[in-house]
Write a protein that binds this ligand. Structure first.
Ligand SMILES: *Cc1c(COP(=O)(O)O)cnc(C)c1O
Length: 365
């Protein structure tokens, strides 16, 4: 059909030019195409039996086990599911925290993803915004002072493991130490690791954000670093916390533990296939290669007179706001005074060269 051909051609071109959003492009889902002919639905809890059997929950559990291992979740005491993306995982984490600590106060930095204030509004949770440092990481002094004032209310920490604009990572161990030093023991920590969660555990030094570091739940997007043809993600939490809020539903013969009822049965397959073909070493190698492209971009931009920078071991390269025509041509996410490029897998040094050349020309004009 002509309309579809035209649309496909246009989207392929826009995909190849997209340098500013966190979407890996190096995936190949063609071995999975036949599954699109089935009405897959992972309705209900991935670990409970259900009546509907056109589903991929066994595969989903394998994906979850991979992430449980990667995020050092406590053996025998973790639970999770494949979500529609990072936002749903964050909503789940906050929901769980609210059920455990009704009346708790959520703390998050001013660089937190835009979806979080909406989630807090849904959930009707009290919250306090904490200042951020120049690089986007939470200001630990401001956090400590604010926690001190509200010591009688359980804190729910919403930690950013890679902020949207600068990929800054809050240090969960340091936040836990602050709470310990204030003798705050009733608390909850959620790590929003949308972009970084899939590769940060493989970095040296390893950013502090997982279960051993003190997180009670972690949300990761699947379509960002791993890459997928449609949004998806993973959320993991401590099982004994989840069990306190689980509810059995007769109609589906399962537990209603997830935010969505009907759930995507194809995305667990995509993630599973990604992990099977890459393996942990493949994920590590992709991260290494992508970080190299990010370093190259900083170097080339600086050589062209653009004051570009990035956080340590980050894929996101920040520079002063670009003119609108460049923003639109390369789909460079732009907010206030800054724009960014993200060296996602599938983006090469040649892409960087083309971008730098454009920026050089635009500066001359
Ligand atoms: C992308 C992102 C989200 C939202 O994830 P989606 O998968 O787009 O729903 C949340 N937090 C951060 C830091 C992100 O980068």
């Amino acid at each position: 059909m002509r309309a579809l051909d035209d649309l496909y051609d246009r989207l392929s071109q826009r995909n190849s030019d997209a340098l500013g959003y966190p979407a890996a492009k190096d995936f190949d889902c063609t071995p999975l195409l036949r599954f699109l002919q089935l009405p897959l639905n992972n309705v209900g809890d991935p670990f409970a039996e259900g009546t509907y059997q056109v589903e991929t929950r066994a595969i989903e559990r394998e994906v979850l086990a991979f992430f449980a291992d990667l995020l050092r979740a406590p053996a025998g005491d973790w639970w999770g599911y494949v979500t529609n993306g990072g936002t749903e995982g964050n909503l789940y984490g906050l929901y769980l925290a609210r059920e455990l600590h009704p009346g708790g106060i959520v703390y998050f930095s001013e660089h937190t993803h835009y979806s979080v204030s909406k989630n807090l509004h849904f959930l009707g949770m009290r919250h306090i915004m904490i200042r951020a440092q120049e690089n986007g990481e939470i200001d630990y002094d401001d956090l400590r002072e604010t926690l001190k004032i509200h010591r009688d209310v359980p804190p729910i920490i919403f930690a950013n493991i890679g902020t949207t604009m600068t990929e800054a990572r809050d240090d969960v161990s340091r936040i836990v130490e602050i709470m310990n030093s204030l003798a705050i023991h009733q608390r909850y920590v959620h790590s929003d690791a949308a972009l970084c969660g899939a590769y940060a555990p493989l970095l040296d030094p390893r950013p502090s954000f997982d279960f051993v570091d003190g997180a009670d739940s972690v949300s990761i997007s699947g379509h960002k670093f791993l890459g997928a043809p449609m949004p998806c993600g993973v959320v993991l939490a401590r099982k004994h916390n989840v069990s306190r809020i689980a509810r059995s539903v007769d109609y589906i013969g399962s537990l209603d533990t997830t935010i969505s009822g009907s759930r995507n049965g194809f995305t667990p397959l995509v993630l599973w296939h990604r992990l099977q073909t890459l393996g942990i070493e493949g994920v590590r190698e992709r991260a290494r290669a992508a970080l190299e492209v990010a370093a190259y971009a900083v170097e080339q931009l600086r050589a062209a007179g653009v004051p570009a920078w990035r956080n340590a071991n980050a894929l996101t390269v920040i520079f002063p706001r670009v003119p609108d025509e460049l923003r639109d041509k390369w789909q460079l996410a732009t907010q206030g005074a800054i724009s960014h490029f993200i060296a996602m897998p599938g983006i090469s040094k040649e892409h960087v060269d083309a971008l730098v050349e454009d920026m050089r020309c635009s500066a001359l004009r």
